[in-house]
Write a protein that binds this ligand. Structure first.
Ligand code: HEC
Length: 294
């Protein structure tokens, strides 16, 4: 194998490994960053909605009289209602974000969980220490990240509306019928689920990845070309000339003259020794044959 082939195959292997490793690591890191960013957005949205819920249950509800005639006013005391109102406002600006409060036995039948939501609720029910679950779901609109938290009946205030129809405000029973009763204190009845699209962040991450890899390939290509040019001018072409002269000398042909090499690098040093050796050889030949050689 020629020097250039050896050198280049080693460069290709090293560059290939470096590209593969940095590609793998940066792809993973960029995707993790994208996911963390989306997860943090989902967390902020979840906290916002939770605050609205707490506000409704602690401050609005207690100030409303049950005899309140205005249906809209009564609804304001319902935490789930406050949550949905906040979400309605958020959706105007971020239509692709969604929030659901689902319960295994819901008051509003629209909050009945679908399969995967029910699975999440059940996992919260079987492990009461679990405070959060997140994951990625493929939807028709692309990948979505979901963040879910359990809804536990922590205050007895909740039971005023969720124990029996008799205890609940008549207006509520009139609207929702017999659904969503029988909840118990400390029971995990459902989950809050925020869904945030991943596609924009993933697309950004992929764009960054492509830019990074293209730059890296560009740098490697430039280094490759530069090293080859240097290898050629500093070593290969000079050594080839020397090899040709040595070849001719070995055949007894001293016509080609001396190898003229300037500089102080190793090849130049070699050329000095080479020329000296050539002269010694010429002298030895002259002595040997008794007549002038080259
Ligand atoms: C004033 C009555 C009232 C109080 C108090 C109340 N809720 Fe509700 N809750 C409702 C009504 C009515 C709905 C249905 C709202 C809708 O249509 O979105 C509901 C919905 C829910 C839902 C969504 C699933 C479903 O059943 O439709 C959850 C979860 C929930 N409530 C939990 C709680 C918790 C936890 C508390 C205490 C912090 C609480 N509620 C206090 C009346 C109440």
């Amino acid at each position: 194998m020629k020097l250039r082939a050896k050198f280049n195959s080693m460069l290709v292997v090293v560059f290939g490994l470096a590209l593969g490793a940095s590609g793998y690591l940066s792809y993973r890191q960029l995707n993790e960053n994208a996911r963390d960013e989306v997860l943090s957005n989902a967390g902020v949205l979840m906290e916002t909605i939770l605050s609205a819920r707490t506000w409704a249950v602690n401050e609005v509800g207690p100030n409303l009289r049950e005899t309140e005639e205005d249906e809209e006013m009564l609804m304001m005391g319902i935490p789930a209602y406050a949550a949905n109102k906040v979400m309605e406002a958020v959706s105007k600006r971020y239509p692709e974000y969604s929030y659901r409060e689902v319960a295994l036995n819901p008051t509003n039948v629209k909050h009945k969980p679908v399969d995967w939501e029910a699975k999440i609720i059940n996992s919260f029910r079987s492990d009461t220490n679990k405070q959060e679950e997140w994951g990625v779901r493929q939807t028709v609109k692309g990948p979505y990240l979901y963040l879910a938290r359990p809804i536990q009946i922590k205050q007895s205030g909740c039971l005023g509306c969720h124990t029996t129809p008799e205890k609940a405000p008549p207006k509520m029973v009139a609207i929702y019928g017999d659904n969503g009763y029988g909840w118990k204190l400390k029971e995990i009845v459902g989950a809050q689920i925020v869904m945030v699209p991943l596609s924009v962040s993933v697309a950004n991450a992929e764009r960054m990845f492509v830019t990074f890899m293209t730059t890296l390939v560009g740098v490697f290509a430039a280094v490759f070309i530069l090293l080859n040019l240097m290898l050629n001018s500093l070593i290969i072409s000079r050594v080839s000339v020397m090899a040709n002269i040595a070849d001719e000398i070995s055949k007894g042909n001293f016509e080609m003259g001396e190898f003229n090499e300037q500089g102080s690098d190793e090849v130049a040093q070699l050329s000095v020794s080479f020329n000296r050796m050539r002269r010694s050889l010429v002298k030895a030949m002259e002595m040997f044959s008794g007549q002038p050689g080259a």
